[in-house]
Each structure stands twice: as structure tokens, then as C-alpha cells.
Design a binder for this molecule. Structure first.
Ligand SMILES: *[C@@H]1O[C@H](CO)[C@@H](O)[C@H](O)[C@H]1NC(C)=O
Ligand SMILES: *[C@@H]1O[C@H](CO)[C@@H](O)[C@H](O)[C@H]1NC(C)=O
Ligand SMILES: *[C@@H]1O[C@H](CO)[C@@H](O)[C@H](O)[C@H]1NC(C)=O
Ligand SMILES: *[C@@H]1O[C@H](CO)[C@@H](O)[C@H](O)[C@H]1NC(C)=O
Ligand SMILES: *[C@@H]1O[C@H](CO)[C@@H](O)[C@H](O)[C@H]1NC(C)=O
Ligand SMILES: *[C@@H]1O[C@H](CO)[C@@H](O)[C@H](O)[C@H]1NC(C)=O
Ligand SMILES: *[C@@H]1O[C@H](CO)[C@@H](O)[C@H](O)[C@H]1NC(C)=O
Length: 670
């Protein structure tokens, strides 16, 4: 009896054990390793030269010649639809950080491959150009079922390699199905930049497969640089034809007659969605290179110099710092305390206002990217030189009012700092820069219609906040695509409040100088000089047309009837062909009703009669489909609507299309 009980207990125990074990293996659909410390679940399957260094760094190969090393996740992943009983089988993504440190500066071999393979046994595979993945007889054989992305540092003619510094997509073969020289698209600079795989510096790779589009993309960038919005490789591929049900994921690396240390610092994988991003500070560091050792040696000399002239050096440093970080502070500024930044912090954030951190240059100064040392927050610092301190007090009061404006579709002004002859404004950092650059430049990916609609709604809600929901009525007075910035999620944010005016609710705006940008200026402004919420709505209308038509309000190089966007859209509307004016780059991929709504709303907002323009509250209702756009108002507008005629802009004698800036325009970027 007792024996039976024991047996039953044992069986239950075993049952639970097996259950736990299988479920943990099934849960292995995603993981992230910041280094591969022993005990920290990593437990990778290693062979060849591969080993894990004491600080958690995975070293795939050292500089032993013609060897290979592998590191694989120890459990197989399910990669087929039937075994998962799902309809969306393959979407996966992985990201890893690698570094290749060559033995000699004059060459490296051979490279690293991320691989998905039915087996972890690579004992039959060859090193050198075969990357430890295949051998002479099975290279190119479809029964391998191996998918790999190679980071190749040798040009192998047999495999038609493009150069000795490329990235390739390999299907069952080392003859890449797609490859390109290593480079990355810099989101901030809007251009491709080349990359040296063997630089010895950590580089991050993103590999993503979208089963819906059957598209594989590979991107890479130096560590710390944002994931490029344009991948290096985009390859249409049906992975279900390559992979089997149970597959292992990992890395393979090989050396040749020239050898390198191949390292992996971190690895993130998600079998069913976007891989988690790294906390870079948690990644292990690389062993010191010869270059760094030399640096260290120099550092030994520093104390000696220090001893000989300690007092002198310290004194010098003190004076230099004092001059470097000197600020201008006056008593009246005390009330703005929290918005005042310390120059030292801004100096450190922008690495001393290095040109490398420069993200924009405008008529009024330069804009630098920075990271605040205390919080790690990304900021943009606008550095404006000003001669006199006249009007500075009012000016800072205005900055303070702006700092109080808080809305997710406004670029947040965080604060300011003053030095002699210099004013610094601190904003949230907007990684994608200004909307007009993204919208009009063909180098950047063109925004889809859905993205544009989201930006339009965002800006409408930001403007509604300024007009009706904030403490005071805020007139922006310079709404246009170049004053709208895109945040990391491609949300539009209204920026550049250099011309903004604040009024109490119910107060009547005063006559002021006419400011704004030609093409966005409401016609009554030029007569009365009174900026109102309706003149902001007019400019918003011009912005709507820009978004729908993908062009600027005035383009002198076009056919005469198309030069003025507003007139052209209006003429087409009268002919019943308003959709003809939609952005040709969208190739018709938009909802017709939505496009029509935006175009017609753009016309209505641009009505000559300010009273006929909707207010921002109505605009938001029309955009959200909570009210129907009245067509009648458009119908009796036919003379009026041709508001911004070319004569008028000539009469104003404005330099066109650059903006016209008032005294307050000190913030203006354009
Ligand atoms: C590389 O590692 C292997 C085994 O880990 C070792 O035998 C060999 O000496 C190492 N080679 C170099 C050049 O350090
Ligand atoms: C697969 O899913 C269907 C419906 O969701 C279900 O009826 C079936 O039992 C599942 N099969 C397996 C093997 O889990
Ligand atoms: C690279 O440099 C090393 C030492 O500086 C030298 O021994 C080797 O021959 C060089 N290789 C090539 C391909 O130039
Ligand atoms: C190549 O690898 C395959 C499978 O790993 C093995 O069956 C075959 O014998 C190998 N061929 C050679 C020439 O090593
Ligand atoms: C990849 O290239 C090989 C030839 O190198 C070819 O046989 C194979 O069909 C290609 N696969 C795909 C999916 O393009
Ligand atoms: C940048 O690189 C991508 C991917 O290789 C390429 O398609 C694109 O044409 C390049 N753009 C420029 C401006 O060189
Ligand atoms: C993996 O992707 C799925 C689906 O997108 C997501 O729900 C999950 O949070 C992701 N896992 C991690 C660790 O980010």
C-alpha cells in the first residue's frame, strides 16, 4: 500500500515536472540577453571557438586561423503554422549587437552570420568562406533549410560577393540572395552613411520578417543610433518554403587565414512580434583594444604632469571652467526659476556644442541635439545670438508663458538659459525633424495617407488647445509644414512659437505688424493687420492642402494654372474633379471620402471671408466625422476663395517663399 502511494507520488511528480518543462520550452518565444552571464537563463549551446567571457561577452571566435564558432539558443522554436495552430505563423524579429575586432588593422576574416537552422550540429561544416554553416557539397542545396544573414568582411569571388564589407541574405547557400555594402540611413541627417564592420566598435543589427507582406528587412547602425527608418535590405521572401517546423536560432562565425575576434554583446528575439529593445548600459564592454591601451598609457603621464604643476593646472582648469560656463542672470529672472537651465548642463548635453551634434541651422541660430546629463532626456537646444539685452525681460516672460503650454501635439519648450550675447532655448527632441522635409523630399519615405491623417488630426487638436483650451488664447501666427515637427511615433507637433501672441479669452487682438509666410497669410491680415484665430485657421487650411496634394502652397515652376495650390484645388473642385489634385505619390492608396474631406475642408478654411471659416472646434468635429462639412459655403465662395492671388503677394513685396519675420520672430527657424 505504502509502496503504491510512493509510486503514485512519483508519477505525479514526474507529470508535473514534464508539464513544467514543456511549458517553459514553449514559452521560449521571446528573450533578451544583455550579455550572456552564466546562470542568467542564457545557457547557450556553444561549440568550436565560441565561449562566454567572465563579463558576459559572447566571443564567437578568437584570432585562431581557419576555425569556426557557434552559439545557439538551446531550445528549438516552432516555425510552422500547423504546429502552432495559428494563422499568423512567421512574423518575427531579432536584434543583436556585435563587434568585430581584427587581429591586424589591415584586414579581417571572415564574419558573423545570424542563422536559423534545423540542427545545431555543424561538425560537417567548413570554416573560412563557408562561415561554419555549409561545406563544399551542401552549399546551395535546398534541403539544408538554413536561413542566414551574413556580416561578411571578405570579398569571396566564388560566391559573387559585392565587396569586403557587406551584409547579405543567404538562403541555403553562401551565394547571397540579396546583399549590399554595409551602410545605414541616418534618420536625423536624412542620408545614407557607410559603416565599417571591422571598426571594432559595437554595431546593432535589426532583422525583421513580416509574414503578411512576406518581406524580410535587415538594418544596421552604430550602437546608440536610432533604428534606421529605411532598412539596408528589403527582400520579398516566403520563409515557409525555407524553414521547417522545429528550428534553432543563433550565430555562426568563422576565421580564415586572416582572423578576427567576433563578439556578440546582446541579443533580443521575438518569435511573434517586435523584439524588445536594449538597455545599452547593461551590455558588457569589449576587451581593451591596442588603441585604448595606448590611451591608457597616456593617462599614466597625466598624474606626473599633475604633480609637477598641480596648482597651476588646477588654477587654469578653474578659470577655464568659469569662463566656459559663465551665464547671465538678473534678479527679475528669479520668478522663472524652474524654467531656467544651467549652461553647464546644456554644454555637457551637447558635448560642448560640437558640430557633430548640429541638427539644424536657421536664420536665427543653430539647433543642437543633446542628452541632459542628469535625466538622460533627449533635447534640442536652439542657440540664438542677440546683441542687446533690450526687451529681454518681456521676451523671457513670453518664454515662460510658452513653457506653460502643454499638449501632446505641441513641441514642448522646456526652458531657457542666457549668456552674454546668447540665448539658449531648450525643447523636446524630435527625431524625425520637420514635416516639410519628410513630406517633400523624395529621399525620405513618403508619408502614407493614414500617417498624414494622423498628423492632420493631431495638429488640429493642438491648435484647438491653443485657441480655446489653454489659459490664454494663443495665436500661433505661423502655421506651416516646416513649423510642424515629427516625434518618434510620427505624431505631428506644432513648434516654433516665435511669432505667437497671447490674449486673454474675450480680449480683442491689437493691430500689429503682419507676420507669417506667403501662401499661408489670410487675405484680411494684409488689410487690417489683426491676427485672429480665423487667420490661424486660414493657414491651417493651406497646411491641409499641402498634406493632401503633397506640394507647397506656391510653386512658381509649375504650369500657370497650378502655381497657386489653393486656386488649382478650387478650380478642380468646381469641375467636380477635386481628387485630381491628390498627391500622385500616394498612387491612389487612400479612402476617397477622407481625401475629399481634407481637400474640401482645406478650401473652406481658406475662405476669403473670415466669418465663413470654421473654428478649430468645428474643424476637429469635421475631421472626426462628428459633423458634416457644409458644401454650400463653398458654393458661394467662388470669387472670394481665390484669396492669395499672385498680385497680392507682390503687393506685400515679400521675399517668397521665405518667411517674413517680426521682432518677436527671434525664435524662427526659417
Ligand atoms: C582561441 O581559443 C582556443 C580555445 O578556446 C585556444 O585553444 C586558442 O589558443 C585561442 N587562440 C588564440 C589566438 O588566442
Ligand atoms: C486548433 O484550433 C482549432 C480552433 O481554434 C481547434 O478546434 C483545434 O482543436 C486546435 N488544434 C490543436 C491541435 O490544438
Ligand atoms: C597585415 O599586417 C601584419 C602585421 O602588421 C602583417 O604581418 C601582414 O602580412 C599584413 N597583411 C596584409 C594582407 O597586408
Ligand atoms: C557536408 O555536410 C553534410 C551535412 O552536414 C554532410 O552530410 C556531408 O558529408 C558533408 N560533406 C563533406 C564533403 O564534408
Ligand atoms: C536564392 O538564391 C538561390 C541561388 O543562389 C536560388 O536558387 C533561390 O531560389 C533563391 N531563393 C529565393 C527565395 O529567392
Ligand atoms: C540608401 O540606401 C538604400 C539601401 O541600400 C538605397 O535603396 C538608397 O537608394 C540609398 N539612398 C541614397 C540617397 O544613396
Ligand atoms: C513579442 O511580440 C508580441 C506581439 O507583438 C508582444 O505582445 C510581446 O510583448 C513581444 N515581446 C517582447 C518581450 O517585447
Amino acid at each position: 500500500m505504502i509502496k503504491d502511494l510512493r509510486l503514485i507520488c512519483l508519477l505525479i511528480f514526474l507529470g508535473v515536472f514534464i508539464k513544467l518543462h514543456t511549458s517553459s520550452a514553449e514559452d521560449e518565444m521571446q528573450f533578451i540577453y544583455h550579455g550572456f552571464h552564466e546562470g542568467e537563463a542564457a545557457n547557450l549551446h556553444l561549440d568550436g571557438l565560441a565561449e562566454i567571457l567572465p563579463n558576459g561577452l559572447l566571443q564567437l571566435t578568437n584570432t585562431s586561423k581557419q576555425q569556426s564558432g557557434h552559439a545557439f539558443h538551446p531550445f528549438p522554436m516552432k516555425f510552422s503554422m500547423s504546429s502552432l495552430n495559428v494563422t499568423q505563423p512567421y512574423s518575427f524579429s531579432t536584434s543583436f549587437v556585435f563587434a568585430i575586432v581584427p587581429e591586424w588593422a589591415n584586414g579581417s576574416g571572415h564574419g558573423i552570420a545570424f542563422a536559423i537552422s534545423p540542427s545545431m550540429d555543424f561538425s560537417q561544416a567548413m570554416a573560412i568562406e563557408y562561415f561554419g554553416l555549409f561545406n563544399l557539397s551542401n552549399n546551395g542545396v535546398s534541403s539544408n533549410h538554413v536561413f542566414a544573414v551574413e556580416l561578411d568582411t571578405i570579398k569571396t569571388l566564388n560566391f559573387y560577393d559585392v565587396d569586403n564589407n557587406h551584409v547579405g541574405i543567404d538562403i541555403n547557400s553562401l551565394v547571397s540572395n540579396a546583399s549590399a555594402p554595409a551602410s545605414y540611413f541616418s534618420n536625423t541627417e536624412g542620408k545614407n552613411k557607410s559603416l565599417e564592420l571591422i571598426s571594432g566598435d559595437p554595431i546593432q543589427v535589426w532583422i525583421e520578417y513580416d509574414w503578411n507582406k512576406k518581406l524580410l528587412t535587415v538594418a544596421l547602425a552604430p550602437i546608440g543610433v536610432q533604428k534606421p527608418i529605411r532598412p539596408l535590405l528589403s527582400f520579398p521572401l516566403d520563409l515557409s518554403l525555407v524553414l521547417l517546423d522545429n528550428m534553432y536560432v543563433g550565430f555562426s562565425s568563422a576565421t580564415g587565414s586572416i582572423a578576427s575576434n567576433h563578439y556578440i554583446l546582446g541579443w533580443s528575439f521575438n518569435r511573434s512580434g517586435e523584439a524588445q529593445s536594449f538597455e545599452y548600459s547593461k551590455l558588457p564592454s569589449l576587451p581593451r583594444s591596442a588603441k585604448q591601451r595606448k590611451k591608457l598609457w597616456l593617462q599614466i603621464w597625466l598624474p606626473i604632469i599633475g604633480v609637477t604643476g598641480l596648482m597651476g593646472v588646477l588654477g587654469m582648469i578653474y578659470i577655464v571652467r568659469k569662463i566656459r560656463y559663465k551665464e547671465l542672470r538678473e534678479d527679475w529672472e528669479q520668478e522663472y526659476g524652474p524654467q531656467r537651465f544651467c549652461y553647464k548642463d546644456l554644454y555637457k548635453a551637447t558635448k560642448g556644442f560640437k558640430d557633430r551634434e548640429l541638427i539644424g541651422v536657421g536664420g536665427f541660430g543653430k539647433v543642437y541635439k543633446g542628452v541632459l546629463p542628469c535625466t538622460g532626456a533627449q533635447i534640442a537646444v536652439k542657440k540664438i545670438s542677440h546683441e542687446s539685452s533690450q526687451g529681454m525681460r518681456e521676451f523671457v516672460a513670453e518664454i515662460a508663458s510658452m513653457g506653460r503650454l502643454k499638449h501632446r501635439n505641441l513641441v514642448q519648450l522646456l526652458g531657457y538659459c542666457r549668456r552674454k550675447g546668447e540665448l539658449l532655448l531648450v525643447y523636446d527632441y524630435m527625431p524625425y525633424g520637420s514635416l516639410d522635409k519628410v513630406l517633400f523630399s523624395n529621399e525620405q519615405p513618403n508619408l502614407s495617407w493614414d500617417q498624414r491623417c494622423r498628423i492632420i488630426r493631431g495638429i488640429a487638436s493642438g491648435l484647438l488647445y491653443l485657441h480655446e483650451q489653454s489659459e490664454q488664447v494663443v495665436l500661433h501666427r505661423d502655421i506651416k509644414a516646416s513649423n510642424i515637427l515629427l516625434d518618434a511615433d510620427l505624431n505631428g507637433r506644432l513648434g516654433d512659437f516665435g511669432m505667437a501672441r497671447f490674449y486673454d479669452h474675450g480680449a480683442i487682438p491689437e493691430t500689429t505688424d503682419v507676420v507669417g509666410t506667403v501662401g499661408y497669410l489670410a487675405p484680411e491680415l494684409t488689410r487690417t493687420g489683426k491676427a485672429t484665430t480665423s487667420s490661424d485657421v486660414f493657414a491651417f487650411g493651406a497646411f491641409l492642402l499641402e498634406m493632401a496634394c503633397g506640394r507647397r502652397p506656391i510653386e512658381p515652376e509649375r504650369l500657370p494654372k497650378e502655381v497657386i495650390l489653393l486656386e488649382w484645388v478650387f478650380e478642380n473642385w468646381k469641375l467636380g474633379e477635386i481628387l485630381q489634385t491628390s498627391d500622385p505619390r500616394l498612387e491612389g492608396s487612400f479612402l476617397q471620402e477622407e481625401m475629399e474631406l481634407v481637400l474640401k475642408l482645406g478650401l473652406l478654411c481658406s475662405h476669403t471671408n473670415p466669418a465663413a471659416r470654421p473654428c478649430m472646434r468645428q474643424v476637429v468635429q469635421y475631421l472626426d466625422g462628428n459633423a458634416i462639412l457644409p458644401e454650400v459655403l463653398l458654393e458661394d465662395a467662388d470669387i472670394g476663395i481665390v484669396a492669395m492671388s499672385s498680385q497680392q503677394s507682390e503687393k506685400l513685396n515679400l521675399p517668397f517663399p521665405s518667411s517674413f519675420i517680426s521682432v518677436q520672430g527671434i525664435f524662427s527657424d526659417s
